[in-house]
Design a protein around this ligand. Structure first.
Ligand code: ZN
Length: 348
């Protein structure tokens, strides 16, 4: 069906033959077209069949990847993720836009507030930043929630007529998705990001909110799993800054690298006073391993008897990373573990 246009788009490459990247990118771009159609035509047959089966609890744009899902549905979600990687929100009544996780601050690039997101505002929609009449901003609230973004927010105009928020594709001037522009975006992503992003989403209740740990640590975990922690890779995706590599080893600074796979993180986990030794480099990714890490019990006397230590280890790793980058101060793995256990004890 859609393969007809594939020829045209990749004609220039035909001499050298088509690589797997081209094929993969075109396939993703076509799947994103499906995603665009499902989102924009929710009453169509395709949308009703698919969302009726797979999105009963969660809206299509938010539904998570599951480890066991059908091949076809997995493809639809890959397309949706490509679509969302280059989409933004045009403000209407603000009811469909989450103030933290959705890109809504610009119509030319993906821009969302950087946080930190205080827990009481995490689920807020943009509508909550407006006056009760819904047609103007509530400046007092905006100053309270994101003082740094006030000017940018005030430059956006809420709808006077209560129209719904609209998803716009940033790859075309019309804001409509096209397979061609999707293909170009997919090529770019598949080139810079050959490893697919985390495919399993962490159980937010068990893995974050219900943990026996400090509120600030829960918030920190939420940012990690929401992709809102400003690590090099996340900043590069948002085109902010150029520091994409780990300050210690020049690898791509991703969440998994920083917290598990870097030599430094590996040594920290190895030193942790758990009853079993942890080989963090052997763990596939943080989301998949997270619940298991939280279940690890600690050895006396340093071990803590109440609440998991793993969240504090992530937190101490993050502080050590920031100290390294912003204060040019090195930390040893031993110091990180000491800091994590001390902070956990102190909280208890
Ligand atoms: Zn590293």
């Amino acid at each position: 069906m859609a393969w007809v246009s594939w020829d045209k788009m990749t004609k220039s490459k035909q001499d050298g033959g088509l690589g797997f990247r081209d094929f993969e990118s075109f396939n993703d771009a076509y799947l994103a077209k499906l995603g665009w159609r499902i989102h924009n035509n929710p009453s169509g047959l395709l949308s009703r069949v698919l969302t009726g089966k797979y999105c009963t609890d969660t809206p299509f744009l938010q539904v998570a990847h599951r480890s066991a899902e059908s091949h076809g549905w997995r493809g639809v979600l890959i397309g949706r993720d490509l679509m969302m990687s280059n989409a933004g929100w045009a403000l209407g009544n603000g009811e469909s836009i989450n103030i933290w996780s959705d890109p809504w601050l610009s119509h030319s690039e993906q821009a969302r507030p950087m946080g930190p997101a205080p827990e009481q505002f995490i689920h807020w929609t943009v509508k909550k930043l407006m006056l009760p009449n819904g047609t103007d901003w509530n400046r007092e609230i905006i100053q309270q929630v994101f003082p740094h973004e006030e000017a940018r927010i005030l430059s956006l105009k809420p709808s006077k007529t209560d129209v719904a928020d609209k998803l716009i594709w940033l790859g075309t001037t019309s804001g409509e998705y096209t397979t061609k522009s999707g293909y170009l975006k997919a090529l770019e992503l598949n080139d810079t990001n050959p490893i697919p992003p985390t495919t399993v989403e962490v159980d937010w209740k068990k893995g974050i909110w219900n943990l026996q740990t400090a509120p600030k640590i829960k918030l920190f975990l939420w940012k990690i799993f929401k992709g809102a922690l400003p690590v090099g890779e996340a900043l590069a995706v948002r085109n902010i800054g150029s520091a994409q590599t780990c300050a210690l080893c020049d690898s791509n600074e991703s969440i998994n690298h920083l917290f598990l796979h870097c030599d430094f993180a590996y040594n920290v986990w190895r030193l942790a006073p758990f009853s079993t030794c942890i080989d963090a480099r052997g763990l596939l990714d943080l989301s998949t391993a997270w619940l298991g890490l939280c279940k690890l019990t600690c050895l006396p006397p340093v071990g803590i008897s109440l609440g998991p230590l793993a969240p504090w280890i992530l937190w101490a790793l993050w502080l050590a990373r920031n100290d390294r980058i912003f204060n040019n101060r090195g930390t040893t793995p031993e110091e990180v573990i000491t800091k994590a256990t001390a902070a956990a004890h102190e909280w208890l």
